[in-house]
Design a binder for this molecule. Structure first.
Ligand code: ADP
Ligand code: MG
Ligand code: ZN
Length: 496
């Protein structure tokens, strides 16, 4: 039983808070020289430091500090002039040291904000802190049907990810959003992702886990203190961020209405059902026995270096967006339509990747918006990048693909068959403009529709369209329509 979202928010006031983890795209790990890469053979990117072997000594990755400071600056934070790492002690097999090197009461960046646009209004989300830590390894539960720990016969651990630099960005509680709570949560994560992409510090791929969110939600009655929050862990798409808030609001409202209490706990979000289920009840900070990491020297960023990093920051996404919209001469209506469809950034990124604005717009508002709709997802979660769309546009412009073939290529990319050029090669999709190969299809089309052929012979040129269509169909869209038309007219003895 749930109370519908809007109804719940007439009775209760929501508070949300987001903790976002981002894997930095550094070459090496946080405290050792191992390669920080995705997808290598398990346990081949490890050394005594990231395996926590006795006596191994960590060294801080300077590039990771630099990226974190740049993130903090882009989020308008103050940067610490002196801070230390801390040990967060707990036992779990994916963490071979039995502690995570993190930051606790001395984060690198504090007190910032990020402005996000929701429904034409700006909402300021305050940032409490940005700190640096290391990722854990990955555990694979084997033998069960679901890949989860229950039912598994054994587990495998891969330490390649252990020690990859991870930045955590924590918001202050966001209040006063009312019905827009879920939309604000989603808009914040989307804006943060664009900002991080602009800084070029991470590939921010939510579906691959290089960016993941914990979504905190609570409800309280107006005028009363905030309610107890739950923390929905590892939400890995923008759409799920929004759904996680909605489902928690709907679930908590039932409990509160009936006089019950919300338990402070972590919860898991299920993509399949769109609802959350209980995880573990939350440790208190004291359970982790945090203490300053004795094996690392403190970090004291030189203010002159920080100032130089600040001066070199790229334009924030909101400013870049406005500049591009003006540069491209997009009308207010046009850009509003793209905002409403959730494709403005995708269109702009496609243009930045080299496509003309009109083509980029047509793909994202047309075929791709439809594809997202029928897959029940949003355009930004489709398995195609703006760069791939720009490549398809280029293939059409150079005459290698027809419009129909281009759609097939895009569908292939969406189905995970690879980059556009891979799909073209694998599916053998190339324009057939060889006149010999087309000749028989042209003859068949004329033989099949003698009435139309006569009309064309009699001078009714537009009628040839039906024959062109038949040839295109027979060649599965792989013919060059202009060549087909020319051949048909030649065969029918008509000149234009
Ligand atoms: P923890 O690691 O224990 O989850 P953090 O301080 O890292 O604690 O993160 C807590 C998050 O929850 C922050 O984003 C904070 O703004 C948010 N938060 C705190 N209180 C509430 C509340 N009552 N309702 C919703 N979110 C909250
Ligand atoms: Mg947390
Ligand atoms: Zn290592």
């Amino acid at each position: 039983m749930t109370v519908p979202y809007l109804e719940a928010l007439q009775e209760f006031e929501p508070v949300i808070g987001l903790e976002t983890h981002v894997e930095l795209g550094t070459n090496s790990k946080m405290f050792c020289g191992c390669a920080a890469e995705f997808g290598a053979e398990p346990n081949t990117r490890t050394c005594p430091v990231c395996l926590g072997l006795p006596g191994a000594l960590p060294v801080v990755n300077e590039k990771a500090i630099e990226s974190t400071v740049r993130i903090g600056l882009a989020l308008h934070c103050s940067i610490a002039t002196w801070c230390r790492f801390a040990r967060k002690n707990y036992f779990y097999p994916d963490m071979p040291k039995n502690f995570q090197t993190s930051q606790y009461d001395e984060p690198l960046c504090v007190d910032g904000y990020l402005d996000v646009e929701v429904g034409g209004e700006t909402v300021r989300v305050e940032i409490e802190r940005v700190h640096l830590e290391e990722d854990t390894g990955k555990t694979l539960h084997v033998g069960g049907a679901t890949g989860r720990i229950s039912g598994a016969t054994h587990s495998l651990v891969d330490y390649n990810r252990a020690g990859i630099p991870l930045v955590e960005i924590v918001t202050r509680p966001v209040t006063g959003t009312g019905e827009r709570a879920a939309a604000v949560a989603k808009a914040y994560v989307a804006e943060l992702r664009d900002l991080l992409r602009g800084l070029d510090v991470s590939d921010v791929r939510m579906e691959q886990g290089s960016m993941r969110c914990d979504v905190n939600t609570s409800l309280g009655r107006p005028g009363e203190p905030w309610g107890t929050r739950t923390e929905t862990k590892n939400v890995n798409s923008l759409r799920s961020v929004e759904r996680a808030v909605r489902s928690e609001v709907e679930r908590q409202a039932v409990v509160l209405r009936s006089g019950g209490r919300i338990v402070q706990e972590t919860r898991h979000f299920s993509e399949a059902t769109g609802t959350t289920s209980p995880g573990r009840s939350k440790e208190e900070a004291t359970d982790y026995r945090y203490f300053p990491e004795p094996d690392l020297v403190p970090v004291a960023p030189d203010p002159a270096w920080v100032a130089a990093l600040k001066a070199a920051l790229p334009e924030p996404p909101s400013v870049r967006r406005k500049q591009l919209v003006t540069q491209l001469g997009l009308s207010e209506n046009d850009s509003q339509a793209m905002v409403n469809a959730g494709v403005l950034d995708l269109v702009l990124a496609t243009v930045e990747a080299g496509a003309p604005a009109a083509e980029a717009r047509n793909w994202w508002l047309g075929h791709l918006a439809q594809a997202a709709n029928s897959a029940g997802t949003s355009p930004d979660e489709l398995a195609i990048t703006p760069a791939a769309v720009a490549r398809v546009v280029e293939l059409v412009a150079s005459g290698s693909l027809t419009a129909g073939l281009a759609r097939q290529v895009v569908d292939g990319v969406l189905a995970g068959e690879g980059a556009p050029d891979d799909v073209v090669a694998a599916r053998g999709l190339a324009v057939v403009s060889d006149e010999g190969a087309l000749g028989s299809a042209v003859d068949e089309a004329i033989a099949a529709q003698p009435g139309i052929a006569d009309k064309v012979r009699g001078g009714k040129l537009p009628a040839v369209g039906a024959l062109v269509g038949a040839v295109m169909k027979a060649t599965r869209g792989q013919a060059d329509a202009a060549v087909v038309r020319k051949l048909l007219l030649e065969r029918l003895g008509v000149s234009e």
